[in-house]
Design a protein around this ligand. Sequence first.
Ligand SMILES: Nc1ccn([C@@H]2O[C@H](COP(=O)(O)OP(=O)(O)OP(=O)(O)O)[C@@H](O)[C@H]2O)c(=O)n1
Ligand SMILES: [Ca+2]
Length: 491
Amino acid sequence: MKEKNPWHTPVTIIITVIGVIAIVALVTVAVLQNRPLAQKYKYGIVLDAGSSHTALYIYEWPAEKDNNTGRVEQTHSCKVKGPGISSYASAPSRAGESLRDCMQEAKLRVPGKRHLETPLYLGATAGMRLLNIENSSASDVVFHAVEEALQKSPFSFQGARILSGQEEGAFGWVTVNYLDDRLKQGLETTGALDLGGASTQISFVSDNFDGSESPENAVAFRLYGNDYNLYTHSFLCYGKDQALRMVLAQQTQSGPGTILDPCFHPGYNETKNYSVLYDSPCVSDRKPQGAPATFTHLGKGNFSQCLDVVKSIFNFTYCRYSQCSFNGVFQPLLQGPFGAFSAYYFVMNFLNLTDTSIPLDTVRKKLTSYCSTPWDQIKQQHPDVKVKYLAEYCFSGTYILTLLTEGYNFTSESYPNIKFIKKIKGSDAGWTLGYMLNLTNMIPAEAPDSPPLPHAGYVSIVTVIAILLFVLFILSLRPLWPRCSKQPQII
Ligand SMILES: Nc1ccn([C@@H]2O[C@H](COP(=O)(O)OP(=O)(O)OP(=O)(O)O)[C@@H](O)[C@H]2O)c(=O)n1
Ligand SMILES: [Ca+2]
């Protein structure tokens, strides 16, 4: 007689089918309930109204994870054509109009259904700070014009304002450390060096700085459960365009008709206007009396003489604190790695000097040879570089070297701690991202609770446990199993 397979009894078949359905249902429900939601993104837009130009940045982050670090990314940037908004003091409506093309781009880049909820900020820096000092009603009128233009956009406009130098420095530091994922992990932070056209910022955490010696340089943060005592300082007028004005003012004190400038290439020859040069609060009090309307700006191309004249715009002697950078400003001991961005990067990248393992002596030699290269030859070698930028790289390289070594006290040993950077993981280094993260409360003071397991681990564990439970259940039914005997039955 054919032996009957004990598993083929109706009871076991039913139990097995129900068991399998239960496991599938259990795992499906558990997984569906806890799966990461389909990626929806939120957006934020920041306009960086700098002294030399305005740039628009669009940031994007997964909608359900606002609080997680490293999740906000720059998806697009747009450079506004023309000069910075502070240059439109005499034709303010054009400041608003100048933003139109980039705002149009933003409308196309941010999905239509997100427009209304997308915050839009405009922050102005040193150009508007200077205009505000010089003529505060002119700066109000410029703000009014850009606000009017931005209110017409479909985005949620949150206002236009001038950032303080402290904010500009601190938000640059937040950006760099957020993008490097250093804040949430509580890692040693990176200092931030920002060189603009009209001001320059230095920000870093130093163990021997608690703010007591110079409270105006202290910014305290609590981010992801970690406390930071940040040192930050912004030097107004020490951005590279205003520094150049000061260097030219130094050489035109007596109101000459011609200057032979060591910071410009031999053969450089331009006629410049005294009133244009001195039209800035950084130099206006030094305007020579009885000077002609113009002067001839000739290049001499001598790096070491250029160093001397650049040094003359710094005061290295006066200091009422335990230690100073320059101009009597307190600065604690430099500490840790530094990221140097904006004009630091543009200039050092152009000069092929972004590699800071190049010894400072070699940097000086390279600048000596670069500055002494005839202007015609420089123009021939770089036909695609804007002539205004090109003419100034010898000065700018010399200025950067002086600011870093004599100003901030970087030495041959600490210079390699600087990294000249433009972007970090696809997002530009600058104050804008930190500014937006702060205003949207996207960096919590305390560390967010995170699920103990990653999603894949969770799914595997639920599946394994469900199968184990089922096997246990089947085993527990053992007494009910049909007896299976191999002995031939005796009739
Ligand atoms: N490819 C480039 C682009 C810009 N620049 C110079 O870099 C400086 C501007 O730097 P930026 O960081 O854009 O300054 P702003 O933000 O406009 O100024 P600030 O931050 O002081 O308001 C200007 O001197 C500009 O001539 C340069 O040398 N090469
Ligand atoms: Ca800037």
